[in-house]
Design a protein around this ligand. Structure first.
Ligand code: MG
Length: 393
């Protein structure tokens, strides 16, 4: 494993920021990059990956064809990266590392969002009870460690430990035991870098707010429902006092942007005071300390209220449930048909699945399905189950 080289390039950053000059290294040794840091190189590799481009056609809450203005996994990831960079800059942390983590955090998502993941997990466990199932977070790591094939010398993107550590935001102990250095913290109860801790909370800021926006645009939730939610109502009041008489769409946008701003400021200041209290003097001291990234108690409570509102009224809305029902069926049927007839897989995936023990074959099929975009999964399903659909791709 490649480790320390070059002098510190952490100009102006806090002592507890991740320093690319002292990265714990990549799985395969490489020459140091020219004209950019190790974490900038990771970010660049992620942006050029095939899995990154596929995010454009993967569901966040709404399936891509339901409307042109809804968030997709790609626009979600870009919004997370923007929020991450703001928070990291406020705290003098490494913006390149947190940006790389944000852009890669959802690479392992299946088509059709969480419904797709749950269906693939259930299908895999039904056929291979000892397989540990499917989990999107672990799959994101699998994409960057193994599934991308763009380099002559290695599989995957060969990212730095710190980026991989941030991508793997949660993991069971049973799974962590098979992951080597990047899984160790789940076994010994330590924390990841501050950049990784914050990326996780910035993800939450992004989806809570854009789901309000998309939920209202779709008509599945209403402004009068949201007036019952403290964090929305208080910002709505401030925005309408500041701009009396503006139309509802503009007022909604003003409200949402103010909420994002409040959350960023609260996350920054609460985390800054925890840092001041525990005074970590390096990224490794951050790892040994209790979790440092946090919202204040009041904002955490408001955020939970909003989350449960979105769960009950948007994610479980009957129209969303109808979509997830269809999605589950597509994923289940694709998985089962490939397990029963591996000869139906496209040649490249057939080669990966062929000659392997049943467990590895199931995993290769799960990788193929997880990599599909929403519309590719629907097309593949039609090709396999609808007589009238042509097979030429
Ligand atoms: Mg996300």
């Amino acid at each position: 494993m490649q480790t320390r080289h070059g002098s510190s390039m952490n100009h102006g950053l806090a002592p507890y920021a991740a320093d690319p000059a002292v990265t714990r290294g990549r799985r395969y040794a490489e020459d140091p990059p020219m004209g950019r840091t190790e974490f900038q190189r990771d970010r660049d590799r992620i942006v050029h990956a095939k899995a990154f481009r596929r995010l454009e056609y993967k569901t966040q809450v709404f399936v891509n064809h339901e409307g042109d203005l809804f968030r997709t996994r790609l626009t979600h990831s870009i919004e997370v990266a923007q929020i991450c960079r703001s928070v990291a800059r406020n705290l003098r942390l490494n913006e390149d590392l947190i940006e790389a983590i944000a852009l890669a955090h959802d690479l392992g998502h299946t088509p059709f969002g969480h419904a797709g993941q749950d269906a693939l997990d259930a299908a895999l466990r039904a056929r291979q009870p000892d397989s540990q199932g499917f989990e999107h977070n672990l799959q994101s790591l699998r994409v960057v460690d193994r599934l991308e094939q763009r380099y002559g010398a290695f599989d995957g993107l060969n990212l730095c430990f710190e980026t991989r550590e941030g991508i793997l935001k949660h993991c069971s102990k049973a799974r962590a035991a098979h992951l080597g250095d990047v899984g160790r913290r789940f076994l010994d109860g330590t924390q990841p870098s501050l950049e990784a801790q914050l990326a996780n909370l910035c993800d939450e800021i992004a989806y809570n707010n854009h789901d309000i926006d998309d939920g209202l645009r779709s008509g599945l939730i209403t402004l009068s429902q949201l007036q019952e939610i403290e964090i929305f109502a208080s910002h709505w009041r401030i925005a309408s006092e500041r701009y009396p008489g503006i139309d509802e769409r503009r007022l909604t946008a003003e409200t949402v942007r103010r909420m994002i701003n409040t959350l960023i400021i609260d996350l920054t200041s609460t985390t800054a005071s925890r840092i001041a209290e525990l005074a970590p003097d390096s990224s490794d001291a951050v790892r040994a300390a209790p979790p440092l990234a946090a919202f204040s108690a009041a904002v955490h409570r408001q955020s939970r209220e909003l989350k449960s509102f979105l769960r009950d009224n948007l994610y479980r809305h009957f129209q969303v449930m109808r979509m997830t029902h269809k999605a589950r069926r597509i994923i289940h049927e694709l998985f089962d048909v490939f397990m029963d007839e591996p000869g139906l897989l496209p040649p490249r995936h057939q080669r990966r699945a062929a000659g392997t023990p049943p467990r590895a074959q199931a995993r290769a099929i799960a990788d193929y399905i997880a990599g599909m975009t929403d519309r590719y999964a629907m097309l593949e399903h039609r090709r396999l189950f609808d007589m009238a659909t042509r097979h030429a791709s």
